[in-house]
Design a binder for this molecule. Sequence first.
Ligand code: HEM
Length: 356
Amino acid sequence: MEEKTKILLDILDKKTDGISYNIYQDITHCTLDIICETAMGVNVNAMSNPDNEFIQAVYTMSDIIPWKMSRPYIPEFIFNILPQGYKSRHALKVLHGFSENIISSRKKILQNKSSRSEKESSDADELFGIKKRLSLLDMLLEASEDGKILSDADIREEVDTFVFEGHDTTTSSISWTLLLLGNNPEIQEKLYQEIKEVLQDKSIPSFNNLPELKYLECVIKESLRMFPSVPFIIRTIEQEIQIDQYKIPAGTDILLHIYALHNSPEYYPNPDVFDPDRFLPENCVGRHPYSYIPFSAGPRNCIGQKFAMYEEKTILASIIKRYKVTAMEKIKDIKVIPDIVLRPINGVLVTLQRRE
Ligand code: HEM
């Protein structure tokens, strides 16, 4: 994360000319680089080479999936002959080919490793730093027992899920946080003071610094309250339930509106006011545990929530330490795109002013 954040700062340093610019894409490239390295152990170079085929295929699928989901009335055979159908087939071929190549090359590396003596491999691992950087893919391959527990296709699906769930969501959250901070200079200043105190001379926080950034955690939580990256989730009711005067039969698909819940004055007075202090421990006492569910709840909640918090803290602390961020649009004027993740329609228009 630190390595990728450093590249992001180098890119942002070139955008400090006072002209407003849309930071959304640069954040997306950074989170894509981070998740691909974590999930697959490869550097896809989204920040240095955003036009590569894999990155373009990720973008195509990120556009087509919500397009298709919002048109359930289009039968599969019609979708297949539409331009979107053609584009998605091509993008999937690129994505699957990419993951399959990586799976087979990682398999070979793991096989070579296990054929070497234990001592030999641990010495080499120390030397090349392999052991410290096992990716999710390596762990799944090790646990797969040569396809008996997980086939290559199962592994590919898991890795692809992580890549897709693990970059759009954090990008959305980081972006809304920057827009909120850019609209609330006093809160940004208070946050800057905390970051300066914790980081001292460093530009980027280390893993050990992250728990110390307590106000930043409140800022991120409040931003996820107002603009949850995943604005709704869908579940199928297994047993009939009664909610007030409504009886909901088993088998009904229901939509849980996280955005509406988080913006309800019943749980959050003045819900339009950005107030990170709502998440100070003393102010959370007595609040209903299910009134705040940006990562969903129950057995299928978000597996990546801790990772998301580490990543957001690393990137946001580094940006706020180095620049004063000013948003070009007022929060109340920003329109959102009804998508799988909550995105501002015009992106994130900001100016960055170097602090030091
Ligand atoms: C701010 C960032 C994030 C938010 C708001 C978020 C939110 C969510 C939500 C609401 C769900 C439940 C979806 C549903 O039930 O339909 C979910 C599931 C999931 N998330 Fe996240 N997520 C974030 C970051 C991440 C990251 C960084 C990763 C990977 C490292 C990740 C991996 C997953 C996976 C694999 C699932 C599916 C879990 C399952 O079905 O058992 N998420 N996320």
